[in-house]
Design a protein around this ligand. Structure first.
Ligand SMILES: NC(=O)c1ccc[n+]([C@@H]2O[C@H](COP(=O)([O-])OP(=O)(O)OC[C@H]3O[C@@H](n4cnc5c(N)ncnc54)[C@H](O)[C@@H]3O)[C@@H](O)[C@H]2O)c1
Length: 334
């Protein structure tokens, strides 16, 4: 089977490619409940940047998802699975409205149209975000809470979900949208996500570098590890159309972490020297955007469907250290 991953050279994209290559096959359950293993013959990694993974099964294609003619050439009838990760993230979409609309909205429409044109109803996973929730929310967001995004990124993600829902209803694709918690700890350099500090205040101090905390310490966030998110992507793909039912959007499990708790975990693992590298520097713009996001969820539906989050923040930070030994410069206590 051929798999297309848009945004495949990005952070979660590269982790997903690695996980798929390691598995070698993907198990998909069909409408009658029959699970079948499909050998992965090709992974097409589409992105504006170049993917780093070299494997005979991986083909890196670069281009702009906002360009309809480029996207039209990405899918053929052998493409059984499409994972749509390409996006400009929250801070960037808020700062550059036109870019957000082009990549996050036009790009999604281009991809869905390309699937529809082929007429073979591929299985498509769309990475939406908990940023579809915002504003005057209940203390705990549930599966019944109406999405009310308060930023351009969340709005573009929500429109994408609705399109995935309608293209599925029309029988053009077998679509699934997952609302992803903030992935932390993100290795490498920060991207344009307004939530980037949640990773930065762990990653930078452990590398011996100063990190800025732009929000108050009591700020709470709904988070999951990259490992758990990739596992949940694969689970979302595997489930049968019946498991999903008519409603194709779901809030993924995660857990709540406040910046106070994150700093306490940093102290446990990196000691006082690491904590001393966290500098409080309020940024009203980041604060405003983040304060509209939901931090507490009851994800009963996803849990009943078999999605699983991590157990605690310490476990996530330890996994980050294990996976990124080369980037960790301070002595750590695992
Ligand atoms: N990481 C998180 O915390 C998080 C949380 C919620 C949702 N998501 C969603 O998950 C997906 C992957 O996130 P990520 O953390 O890997 O982000 P990322 O920024 O690392 O990956 C997105 C990729 O999309 C690519 N891209 C941007 N513009 C493009 C264009 N015009 N054409 C083609 N590709 C383009 C980027 O180059 C990048 O590699 C995104 O859709 C994001 O919105 C991520």
């Amino acid at each position: 089977m051929k798999i297309l991953i848009t945004g495949g050279a990005g952070f979660l994209g590269q982790q997903l490619v690695r996980a798929l290559l390691q598995e070698g096959s993907i198990k998909l359950t069909d409408g009658s409940g029959r699970a079948e293993d499909h050998e992965i013959s090709r992974i097409v990694c589409f992105d504006v940047i170049e993917g780093q993974i070299t494997d005979p099964r991986v083909v890196n294609r670069s281009g702009d998802i906002g360009d309809a003619s480029t996207v039209a050439g990405l899918i053929d009838r052998e493409t059984g699975v499409v994972v749509h990760l390409a996006a400009v993230v929250s801070g960037t979409a808020e700062a550059d409205f036109d870019l957000g609309m082009r990549v996050n909205l036009d790009g999604t429409r281009n991809l869905l149209d390309s699937c529809r044109t082929q007429g073979h109803r591929p299985r498509l996973l769309f990475s939406s975000s908990i940023a579809v929730f915002g504003g005057d929310l209940p203390a705990i967001v549930t599966d019944a809470t109406t999405p009310t995004p308060q930023g351009s990124y969340g709005t573009q993600k929500l429109i994408g979900e609705l399109l995935v829902q309608d293209f599925t209803r029309k029988g053009f694709i077998d679509g699934r949208s997952v609302r992803v918690p903030t992935a932390t700890v993100r290795p490498g350099s920060p991207n344009g996500a307004a939530s980037g500090f949640a990773s930065g205040i762990i990653r930078e101090p452990l590398s011996g570098v100063q990190a800025l905390l732009p929000v108050p310490e009591e700020t709470a966030m709904w988070v999951a590890s990259p490992r758990a998110i990739v596992r949940m992507f694969l689970h979302a793909l595997m489930l049968s159309p019946k498991d999903w039912g008519w409603h194709r959007s779901i809030n993924l499990p995660g857990f709540v972490v406040t910046m106070t708790q994150a700093i306490a975990t940093l102290r446990e693992i990196g000691g006082d020297a690491a904590v001393a590298l966290v500098k409080r520097q309020p940024d009203p713009q980041v604060q405003k955007l983040v304060s509209t996001w939901a931090a507490r969820f009851d994800t009963a539906k996803a849990k009943a469907m078999g999605f699983k989050a991590d157990s605690d923040f310490g476990q996530i930070v330890r996994a980050y250290v294990e996976d990124n030994r080369g980037a960790v410069r301070l002595p750590v206590n695992l």
